[in-house]
Write a new protein. Sequence first.
Length: 191
Amino acid sequence: MSKTIELSAMPTPNPNTIKFLPNLTFFERGTIDFPEKTKGESSPLVSALFKINGIQSVMVGFNFISVTKQDPETWEHLVEPVRDTILELLEKEKNPIDLSLLAEAEAQSEEMSEIAEKIKAVIDNEIRPAVAMDGGDIIFKSFEEGIVTLQLQGACSNCPSSTMTLKMGIEGRLKEEFPEVEEVVQEGGLV
């Protein structure tokens, strides 16, 4: 017996990313980022999405799927095949997402200093839920010598407004709470 899946789509601040919202929950919290095809091979849904020409990356949140297209592709030609693929896979696959990848993503946080733990808590409790509403995620990576390093995923990873989100939003909020924070940067360099 297959389940009936309802699916809605909404734009994100990143014009290359659309957030798809099925009427189900994949897991309790967190995200799994699939920045390239090879990481998605163990997840039938993600693997099927990468078979669509023009798909650059996929991120699965607890109750959404953010799909980012490559330039110069247009959503006009991609929305329908992406929607149809998501519906088909969610209706027929018992385990559309490899949940062991979620545990892997969660295990990445190592021992942290007390201040780093507090910064991570603010990011997890305040910032990540807000960013998830736009189809993205922000992962705390480190706090060293006054610099908070974050990894942007999903709609946030190459969004035109990510610099403003990082600098004006997140950096401002963290500096307000933690005088030790001097700057917030994206993993891989300055934004």
